[in-house]
Design a protein around this ligand. Structure first.
Ligand code: 8IG
Length: 272
């Protein structure tokens, strides 16, 4: 059996050949609501279906096939990863992080992880974008579980004390001073939390909750990439505001935010 590192190296070679991009500088993983916004970055030169690349599993979310879009923004080759996959779809941690390992193997040294999240801070409601300053991994798994990485890779005991790059966050804050920061708690889902679980997350210091990002951040940092995380709050987490949670409200908040997300990404890409 090929190990996950060789598999991502193979997928990276296939991606380079299919896209004609020799090496990427920056990769942006697009969470729910972010794909429309990302179109503000320009017209992609190519769109490679992930079904044609080794090791990728197809998303099970209706209407969202996996693709890697390549575009040139200023002096940078940018890979947009659309159609993220999650643990709750029945995937392993290695499958969840395979897209991130692939774009890093194809050259990306900076990885932007975007997502839609539930908000725990009552002052940051739906439509607010929050920069992730740290995370709490509540998935009870790690992409580094399993046999050790091959010798040419860093050891699995990776230091996460600067997981969401302080340097990148400072740079972003200099350009967008009113962008707040928060701690993202990563749950497995797919159910939303109970109010008691949200109280637990809040007590632990989390201000955002979601079902993605944490494993990808760990895998990216392990490979030496600088990570930036951005959450679009699309709903108040359970028990934070009156009313119930539903997936439709999440999708709607994403649609409403598309142009603001596009402006944000357009401001960020030149400084990353
Ligand atoms: I969007 O309230 C979105 N994703 N775990 N909880 C969790 N994930 C989410 C939520 C939420 N909202």
């Amino acid at each position: 059996m090929t190990n996950p590192y060789e598999l991502s190296q193979r997928a990276a070679d296939e991606l380079r050949a299919a896209s004609g991009v020799d090496s990427y500088d920056l990769a942006i993983v697009l969470g729910s609501g972010w794909r429309d916004g990302a179109s503000a970055l320009g017209t992609p030169m190519s769109e490679i279906s992930t079904t044609s690349l080794s090791g990728f599993v197809a998303p099970t979310v209706a209407g969202h096939s996996g693709a890697i879009l390549s575009l040139r923004a200023g002096d940078k080759n940018v890979a947009l990863v659309a159609g993220r996959v999650h643990l709750y779809e029945g995937n392993t941690a290695d499958q969840v992080v395979h897209p991130v390992r692939t774009v890093i193997a194809a050259g990306a040294k900076t990885v932007v992880l975007t997502n839609a999240a539930g908000g725990i801070d009552s002052t940051k409601g739906p439509g607010t974008v929050v920069m992730i300053k740290d995370h709490i991994n509540l998935t009870a798994t790690s992409p580094l579980e399993g046999p050790p990485p091959p010798p040419q890779y860093p050891v699995r005991f990776v230091d996460l004390s600067d997981l969401y790059s302080k340097r990148l966050r400072a740079r972003v804050s200099a350009v967008i001073p009113d962008l707040g920061e928060g701690v993202y708690a990563g749950f497995r889902g797919p159910h939303y939390e109970t109010p008691a679980e949200i109280l637990m997350a809040r007590t632990m210091g989390a201000s955002l909750v979601g079902m993605s990002t944490v494993l990808e951040a760990i895998a990216a940092r392990h490979l030496g990439a600088d990570v930036l995380g951005l959450s679009l709050v699309t709903n108040f987490a359970a028990g934070i505001a009156a009313g119930s949670l539903n997936h439709l409200e999440v999708l709607e908040a994403g649609e409403n935010a598309a142009s603001a997300l596009g402006d944000l990404l357009s401001q960020l890409v030149p400084i990353l």
